[in-house]
Design a protein around this ligand. Structure first.
Ligand code: PMP
Length: 376
């Protein structure tokens, strides 16, 4: 394949954009080569500026669950655009998508829309602190909850790809309120709660970790966290930015039958446009401005283009009874073929998979937390 135009465009981008990209993983540093500049996408395929065609296993990092340029979603985006793109006032559409999301996801009464997963997680933490009157939070090493200060401590995703899971620029003040636990280690979490009695506002977790490879929760782990949070009057926050509307209609809460207090969303919820959200029961959400004192706002939050793309995407997911079965079948096939290729070539490997989330690690050790994920 030739990448002449991509190479040229990357060179130019580096002049004007730090590292040539607007999000670090796009720079291809971890995998080598030149980032491919995409011109067009349709269904399962991406087409780059050099007219190469690729099968897309990334799906925009999660949002494009229906494939690229789904005709129905695109049609509604175009129609909506004709009536204006941002009003800074409420619209009926916001209640429509809110109602649908609340129907699909268990344990939530109200939802607030924002513009990214980062915003959703950052706001969820503030809400938890406001609700409990406590300051510390527990997060797991290798989990990623966006790039806000309290989360860039031993985080996964791009932060770890660049060998710096804790970012310069995060103050010691922010870092001291974030306590780090090990994924799949209940004893460790229990210890942290015991050493910080009455100080922990919330525990935030990717219920299936997707930012240090794909790591499934051990049997009983999420239920154990639920109990520890109850015992310590801390809120359990499921960061379902990746798992939400993807592992099932109701995300990880539905799949594992564990109730979280606050749940955050992004990716699929926006159907390819910038949307995040956080949701909880009425009591917790009543602490949020303008009803309560916990402040959170956004000029473009709930804007009609993002809302229509999200609404149409959720509607398709809600109405197609077989969509998650099809996703499971396709990803299982991918898993089996990766196993076959690895065996034929005698490559040590571990494949972790649940539904459409899959990762391969080149190691013999089972991958169950951040330490083991770094082995291969
Ligand atoms: N939480 C999780 C679990 C994520 O995977 C991500 C993004 N990869 C985020 C939060 C942050 O979302 P965004 O990039 O939309 O800010």
């Amino acid at each position: 394949m030739r990448y002449q135009r991509s190479t040229k465009l990357f060179k130019e981008a580096k002049e004007f954009i730090p590292g040539g990209v607007n999000s670090p993983v796009r720079a291809f540093k971890a995998v080598g080569g030149t980032p491919i500049f995409i011109k067009r996408a349709k269904g399962a395929y991406l087409y780059d500026e050099d007219n190469n065609k690729f099968i897309d296993y990334i799906s925009g990092w999660g949002p494009m669950i229906l494939g690229h340029a789904h005709p129905k979603v695109i049609k509604f985006i175009i129609e909506t655009t004709k009536n204006g793109t941002s009003f800074g006032t409420p619209t009926e559409l916001e209640s429509k998508i809110a109602k649908l999301a609340i129907k699909m996801v268990p344990n939530i009464d109200q939802i607030r829309f924002v513009n990214s997963g980062t915003e959703a997680c950052m706001s969820a933490i503030r809400l938890a602190r406001g609700f409990t009157g406590k300051e510390k939070i527990i997060k797991f090493s290798g989990c990623y909850h966006g790039h806000s200060d309290s989360f860039l401590i031993q985080s996964g995703s791009g932060a770890v790809t660049y060998g710096n899971p804790s970012s310069p620029g995060v103050t010691q003040g922010s870092a001291k309120d974030t306590l780090i636990a090990e994924f799949n280690n209940l004893e460790n979490v229990s210890d942290i709660f015991n050493k910080n009695k009455n100080e922990i506002a919330a525990l935030i977790i990717e219920p299936v970790a997707g930012n240090m490879g794909c790591i499934l929760p051990n049997k009983g782990f999420l239920k154990g966290l639920r109990t520890l949070c109850n015992d310590n009057k801390a809120l359990l926050i499921f960061d379902e930015v990746m798992t939400g509307f993807r592992l099932s209609k109701g995300g990880a809460q539905e799949l594992f039958g564990v109730k979280s207090d606050i749940v955050t969303f992004g990716k699929v919820l926006g159907g390819g446009l910038p949307v995040g959200a956080f949701a909880a029961n009425r009591d917790i959400m009543s602490f949020l401005a303008p009803k309560g004192g916990v402040y959170q706002a956004g000029t473009l939050s709930g804007n009609p283009l993002a809302m229509i793309a999200g609404y149409q995407t959720l509607k398709i997911l809600d109405e197609d009874p077989n969509i998650y079965k099809r996703l499971e079948k396709k990803t299982k096939r991918l898993e089996e073929q990766l196993r076959d290729i690895s065996k034929i070539n005698k490559v040590e490997h571990q494949i972790n998979r649940i539904g459409s989330m899959l990762s391969i690690h080149f190691t013999n050790t089972p991958v169950v937390n951040f330490t083991t994920s770094k082995k291969g």
